[in-house]
Design a protein around this ligand. Structure first.
Ligand code: COA
Ligand code: HC5
Length: 636
């Protein structure tokens, strides 16, 4: 195992005026990282297990109970029983999966990345790439924007030093060490569009890893070297000077927003891409963006909003940029990490999801926020640096047409998204803990209640569970809708039910959720196993078993509630879009005494309403608290 090393920011000495200087514990950047500590840690991690077939199939039936009709369930039981007959197709696929588990580092991860990301053809914007909003920063003009951007870049480079030196502290979940691989996948990487399937490339692993970032301002891209020739990172002051030069060299705003092409449906972008890079200049520019350590977006203004709409607007800025008239073209959405700095103190990021889950990105952002807070003002002289290189694009009439089409579809998409952010201030994690309940389970049960109150039925619900206890682990699904949660939500507003009974049902629902969570994080949930069986059938060229053609299976995967807990140390807000047209995306960050929620829905769906659900979540949490506080605990 690694020892936990907290080699953190070393801050320069205070001087009376001017900018900032930091010292870094660096070794010159090179591609030698996959060595010692990291590998030793990784080797010590267990492999992802393949759950027992019968266990998964039994749990599948149990999970369907609250979300399908009685007759559908009967039919499914028959299909499941056919599937698991001794010597039948289920057993064969299970054996295939077990073989695969034996022969690979992780039987699931490659398949998961293909299915969930690279084969998924809807635009990454809203449909796949999450947004992150930082606490609002204290600036309100161009200079403040550039100054903060310089600090942020320095903070990311400081984190990169920890990656390069393999000194990121190992994370733990439930006392178990987690796989750290994702930290090595988020910098210097990029998604590549394809006509049917995308790919991801990681240049950190190349023999000459990149030393530049890309900066985009007024839709114009620049390549900014962020290391000196001796391998030390530029100081904040140096970065600031370079950013000012970039801004002065990109004052024109009537420029073709070539970045908006990355917001398109993936097949369309895949085709345009082939065309775009036929031109040598374009190809070089695209390669420079793809190879860069990350992208920094210096945004133009966003529409004015009232104070109470500020957070929702900031979330939209991070998720999609506001449409072609605002900042959606000031992006390269294929880039794994894009930091976004507005002119009014709004800061955040957007990340392409294929290489990593949210928590490593949030750990990076937490580090950056804390780093920028610790920086002290000093003045230091800087020698002349080369002018950042502008990345040129030759826009043919055909590409121009593609840009216009991308603008239109981006605007339709942005208009369709309703994003509502609430900061629930009445209580946070501590309240559930004081009542001896899992805070996450408490919030999930409240979400179930909120949804039921709005829609009068229970729906298939997804919550992300980390599989990072296992080598190269990504996620499985916690199915938050259980028979216990259904019984609770149906009883809650029933005047014939006693409060003691409601509390009892609440406790059972919360416990059921926590026990499913425990299964999921220990690799014993059902969703990825079932996916694996289906993928194995495709791999062995066996015709798809009937159990996967069943309406119950389709219902089980139609997640009208797609949710994720993403905690952060600093008071950040994470957000994403719904995964089905008539669904909601709900991302929440539970802090000790408050909870940040970002709820999304599509305006095109008349049944759903993110603002309504956000309000209902607030009421559900408050009503659950009132019930607990007014009811003597039955079993105490
Ligand atoms: N009584 C008192 N305290 C309790 C409790 C109980 N019955 N049950 C849990 N707690 C405490 C825990 O000990 C923990 O304490 P801590 O704050 O000191 O760490 C805290 O409450 C939070 O626990 P809980 O709310 O149960 O959830 P969790 O932190 O274990 O998180 C998941 C649950 C599912 C979110 C987590 O396992 C996970 O998988 N996270 C990753 C999700 C992810 O990857 N999201 C992004 C995908 S891109
Ligand atoms: C910045 C944090 C964003 C969280 C993103 C997230 O939770 O993504 C989920 C990944 C997974 O595999 O469960 C997918 N989801 C958004 C559809 C819940």
């Amino acid at each position: 195992m690694w020892s936990i090393c907290s080699k953190m920011v070393k801050v320069g000495m205070a001087k009376p005026c001017g900018l900032v200087k930091t010292c870094h514990l660096v070794k010159p950047i090179s591609a030698t990282r996959i060595t010692g500590r990291y590998l030793t840690h990784q080797k010590g991690l267990p492999s992802l297990p393949v759950p027992a077939l019968q266990q998964t199939l039994e749990r599948y039936i149990t999970a369907l109970e609250p979300i399908v009709e009685v007759e559908e369930l009967m039919n499914t039981k028959q299909l499941v029983s056919d599937f698991q007959k001794p010597g039948g197709v289920g057993e064969r696929l299970q054996k295939g999966l077990e073989r695969r588990a034996h022969n690979t580092e992780n039987w699931l991860s490659k398949w998961w990345v293909q299915v969930a990301y690279l084969d998924y053809r809807l635009p990454v914007v809203i449909h796949s790439s999450p947004g992150l909003v930082l606490p609002r920063m204290n600036f309100n003009d161009k200079e403040g924007q550039t100054r903060f951007a310089a600090k942020l870049i320095a903070g990311v480079l400081d984190f990169k030093t920890m990656i390069d030196n393999e000194t990121i502290p190992v994370e733990y979940l439930g006392g178990k060490p987690l796989c750290m691989n994702q930290y090595y996948e988020v910098l210097s990487s990029c998604r590549l569009p394809g006509v049917r399937r995308d790919a991801v490339v990681n240049h950190a692993k190349s023999s000459s890893p990149p030393k530049h970032i890309t900066v985009v301002h007024n839709f114009q891209f620049f390549m900014l070297d962020v290391y000196n020739s001796d391998g030390t990172p530029l100081t904040v002051e140096q970065i600031y000077v370079q950013l000012e030069r970039i801004c002065s060299a990109s004052l024109k705003t009537n420029v073709e927003p070539v970045g908006i092409l990355t917001t398109q449906h993936r097949d369309i972008w895949g085709k345009t891409f082939v065309n775009l890079i036929k031109d040598r200049t374009n190809k070089e520019s695209v390669l420079a963006i793809q190879r860069s350590i990350f992208t920094l977006c210096l945004d133009g203004p966003m529409p004015e909003v009232a104070e109470d709409g500020y957070r929702s607007c900031a979330a939209a800025q991070m998720l999609h940029g506001g449409g072609s008239l605002w900042n959606s073209g000031n992006r390269w959405f294929d880039k794994t990490l894009q930091f976004i700095i507005g002119e009014d103190g709004t800061c955040g990021a957007n990340y392409e999801h294929a290489p990593a889950e949210g928590p490593p990105i949030v750990a990076l952002i937490d580090h950056v926020v804390e780093y920028t807070r610790k920086l002290e003002m000093i003045q230091s002289s800087t020698g002349p640096l080369p002018m950042p290189k502008k990345l040129h694009f030759n826009i043919t009439p055909e590409i121009k047409k593609d840009i216009e089409e991308a603008k239109q579809s981006m605007d339709v998409l942005a208009d369709d998204l309703l994003m509502r952010v609430i900061v629930f201030n009445q209580f946070g994690k501590n309240f559930a803990k004081a009542h001896k309940m899992s805070p996450d389970a408490f919030i999930q049960v409240a979400l179930q209640l909120a949804y039921y109150r709005m829609h009068q039925h229970c729906c298939a619900t997804y919550e992300s569970a980390s599989l990072r206890m296992f080598r190269l682990g990504r996620t499985d699904t916690i199915r938050s809708t259980s028979s216990a949660s259904a019984a609770f939500v149906k009883s809650f507003d029933d005047p014939d039910k006693q409060n003691t009974e409601k509390v009892d049902l609440m406790e059972k629902a919360v416990k059921a959720h926590r026990s499913y969570t425990n299964l999921a994080i220990s690799g014993q949930a059902i969703d990825r196993h079932i996916l694996g069986l289906k993928m194995q059938a495709a791999e062995e060229k066996i015709s798809i078993p009937d159990v996967f053609k069943d309406p119950s299976y389709a219902k089980a995967l139609h997640f009208r509630l797609s949710t994720s807990q993403v905690p952060s140390k600093t008071d950040c807000l994470m957000c994403f879009g719904p995964v089905v047209p008539n669904g909601y995306g709900v991302c929440y960050n539970p802090m000790d005494d408050h909870i940040n929620f970002a709820v999304s829905s599509f305006n095109g769906c008349k049944e759903t309403n993110a603002a309504g659900l956000a309000q209902a979540v607030e009421s559900a949490l408050l009503d659950m608290r009132t019930l607990l506080e007014q009811t003597p605990r039955a079993k105490l």
